[in-house]
Design a binder for this molecule. Sequence first.
Ligand code: ARG
Length: 458
Amino acid sequence: MGEKLWGGRFKKKLDKEIFEFTKSISFDKRLAFYDIEGSIAHAKMLGKSGIISQKEKELLVEGLKEVKKEILKIKFENEEDIHTLVINLLRKRVGDVADKLHIGRSRNDQVVLDLRLYCRNEVKEIIGRIRKLQISLLERAKKLKALTIPFYTHLKNAQCIIFAHQFLAYLQMLERDKERLKESLERIDIMPLGSGAGRGSTLPLDRFFLAKELGFSCVSENSLDAVSDRDFVIEVLSNLSILGMHLSRICEDLILFSSDEIGFIEGDDAHFTGSSILPHKKNPDPLELIRGYSGKIYGDLISVLVTMKGLPLSYNRDMQLDKPPLFDSVEIIKRSISVLGKIISKIKVNEERLKKASAKEFLFSTDLAEFLVTKGYSWQKAHTLVGKLILESEEKKKPIREMSDKHLKKIIPELNKEIISELLEPLKSVRRIKTYGGSSPAEVTRQLAIWERRLKRD
Ligand code: ARG
């Protein structure tokens, strides 16, 4: 057991089992650099406010810089937490002056500061990774401009779209994730140090100096709230949950698209995995794992929400348990984004399968009905007539494309073979789309150009 930051009022040494139970070093060591960064700023502030001498301040700052260099090489296990470890390492370097570092500070405000610094950094990192994934999706989309696929509703064929349109949808989903994460930075960007255990300090701590030193744009307004608040952790986890849900849905599409039944795409041999018993298999395991991991992120979010919901103000030790879920989710999401980007950049497209799937006649039933609307039919009437045509085709086992002019006209007087071949052609069908944001080649080209510019600018 290393030296503790408390102990004066205790007659006995802390029970070993209880010490093991309460300590957090195994996971909060991840905060080491943030803890040191915060401590350097705190030492500077103590010096500037005249609470410690200039000499003492310099010793602390220099000592902490040394600690930063060595801390990752150290075995942590014997310390209660990262805050204790940093002070103990500092004491080894600079002697008893190390004990001046904790003046005016409590681990309650210190740990929130560390967490805010961690979240600020990681959220920016995740935003950067999402952008990279968007670039992979855009590059892939650019190659799919001239190809069509059916899109699905209820997992049933709906209509023909340009394949790139599907990838553009993914870009849009991920853009919202980036926006949400960017917005969360505003609420992470609040400097809590100087709140002490929860009521502030009788010492003249310059909190605005601390904020400036640590690059925060504001300080917390209420000391009690500052040490009690974990909203920002929950907000990050909820944003990661939504992002995880998006990654999961993208993976689900790719899994389906690579299935034997659909077969639009094939993963790279270096990315998909095999079966121990079925020699022919090439499975999308990494995509399934991304889909699976999203559930773990929801669990992490729920665990912090449940931890927090019954806690009285201000700090309670339960709050120590916010870290493993937060750290886990951040790591999971970072790895998932990068794995997905890699897979997408190497996916092969099976054009034959795309062509076959896009040629299915029923994909064009709405084209037919909308054609009839241009001829003056009400929607209901047009819908019913096209329905009849489809029923006829099914019952007679005769493709619509093979029906004679006479046969067609008997069901819908406005139709003939020529019109059918126009209306039931995939590329012609998408070219007829006129709406803003739709899947016409012109719109898709416009959207691709917008994303190209947007992602360059970011
Ligand atoms: N390890 C604690 C946490 O992560 C910080 C220490 C606060 N402990 C205390 N007894 N005030 O929340």
